[in-house]
Design a protein around this ligand. Structure first.
Ligand code: SF4
Length: 456
């Protein structure tokens, strides 16, 4: 008899079978491959990302492990119900089950609360022995040493950049909408050699997929000294491209930005959230300064690093005049790509608590908490102002004319010195990333599910 089989499913759908959407994101989420890497070899492991393909209920897997974000929780309960009816054992873990275990436990055979690393081997062993407990509670903020490399070999070929990992967990800031504020955990760094081991555990991938990687930290620059040492080691790997995430204030540190460039960083995600100072203050994002956006983004452009920028609408101090001027102001700051969303009052965050106490949350259907629906009453703009601004900004920012203009400005903004071969290669490579990201965001924005009452 073969080994029992565990299928890990990273859920993505949230609006029911009739409104499925496959995102075709260039890189997979980390959770599934991380759990696969932790799983002991007493079971065979399969991985399915619902972002790129539908769930197969005919799987011969004995056990199902579900990983999901808040907005997928109602979908997770449906999926678990179907699998349990088919006789499968279903386990769930991740941030939402850890924050609201009492809500999730009735839907699953077992729930892992907290960071899975210290308990996952036990969960799998108990599962195989038929002795699964209802709840496994991991110690609070465990050390991040000796985490095995993610299983990149299990990632679907749809993903252009399968090599994703993280070097740190946590963030020192307390933006009121951020999921990290639900339960504050200390900022922790992984041993640098472990991160390098992850980035090089890629022998089963095609050559070109080994040369690109993403670090999914919430804030890579939370401990700048650590980040610099890590970037020096990554530089030795001679990657073609590295993606990172860090808070805006890190851009003040020229050495950090230089080291990003030396580590072949070609794209970085930065949560600007707003171009309005009052709106930033309303969500306690004090580390961002609107007046510095243009100048500090220029530093990245000069080093040929693309900016992927989170922007939220419906923040408490947003006004119709702010939305009116936003496309032109964005053009001045010149981010390479934007991820526009409607603010989400994630349950458990200070933002949610305030909106709830003011009686402003009118939609409690969690499946709408993905950034494409408005679920609360904004303070100074109407819902229609928000939807109109959402469409208008996406339409203008992602018009082909503007995509090409930004690309040209980006190419001209480079001030480094390269030999001609390297210059041509980097230009082609970064252009590939830029167009891939822009087209993905353009299509994603177009296909978003808008609320019913959007009338424009
Ligand atoms: S800087 Fe980013 S990761 Fe840190 S609290 Fe704010 S939103 Fe969250």
């Amino acid at each position: 008899m073969g080994k029992p089989k565990l299928q890990i499913i990273v859920l993505f759908q949230n609006l029911g079978d009739k409104q499925t959407y496959y995102a075709r994101d260039p890189a997979p989420p980390l959770s599934g491959i991380l759990i696969a890497g932790l799983t002991p070899p007493i079971v065979e492991v399969e991985l399915l990302h619902e972002m790129v393909r539908p769930i197969d209920y005919n799987t011969d897997a004995d056990f199902i492990a579900l990983s999901f974000m808040d907005f997928c929780a109602p979908h997770a309960y449906e999926v678990a119900k179907k699998f349990r009816k088919l006789g499968k054992i279903v386990v769930a873990g991740g941030k939402y089950p850890s924050t609201f275990p009492n809500e999730v436990i009735p839907h699953m055979d077992s729930v892992v609360i907290g960071e899975a690393e210290p308990v996952w081997v036990q969960v799998v062993e108990d599962m195989v022995k038929g002795k699964l407990k209802k709840v496994y509670k991991a110690p609070f903020a465990p050390p991040l040493d000796n985490i095995p490399p993610p299983r990149y070999d299990l990632v679907e070929p749809d993903y252009a950049v399968p090599v994703v990992t993280e070097a740190t967990r946590g963030c020192k800031y307390t933006c009121s909408f951020c999921q990290l504020t639900i339960q504050s955990v200390p900022y922790r760094c992984r041993p640098i050699e472990d991160v390098i081991q992850d980035l090089t555990a890629t022998s089963q991938l095609p050559f070109h997929k080994r040369k690109m990687a993403m670090l999914y930290d919430n804030n890579l620059g939370g401990d700048r000294g650590y980040a610099k040492e890590l970037l020096k080691e990554i530089a030795k790997l001679k990657l073609w491209g590295l993606g990172t995430q860090f808070s805006f204030d890190c851009l003040h540190d020229d050495e950090f930005v230089d080291l990003l460039s030396k580590a072949s960083c070609g794209m970085t995600f930065i949560g600007l959230e707003s171009l309005s100072e009052p709106s930033l203050l309303s969500v306690h994002k004090r580390q961002n300064r609107v007046a510095e956006y243009q100048e500090l983004f220029e530093k990245l452009k000069q080093r040929r690093i693309l900016t992927f920028t989170g922007l939220m609408l419906a923040l408490d101090e947003d006004t119709p005049a702010y939305y009116q001027n936003l496309p032109a102001n964005l053009n001045k700051i010149d981010p390479s790509t934007i991820l526009l969303s409607i603010a989400i009052p994630i349950p458990g965050t200070p933002f949610h608590k305030t909106a709830e106490s003011e009686g402003r949350i009118f939609d409690k259907d969690l499946s709408h908490y993905e950034g494409d629906h408005l679920v609360f009453t904004p303070k100074r703009v109407s819902p229609n102002d928000v939807f109109k601004a959402f469409r208008k900004i996406n339409r203008i920012f992602y018009s082909w004319k503007n995509i090409l203009k930004r690309w040209w400005r980006f190419i001209l903004g480079y001030s480094g010195e390269d030999d001609i071969l390297n210059l041509v290669f980097r230009t082609l490579f970064i252009s590939y990333i830029y167009f891939k990201l822009s087209i993905f965001q353009r299509d994603h924005a177009k296909q978003k599910v808008y609320p019913r009452f959007d009338s424009d």
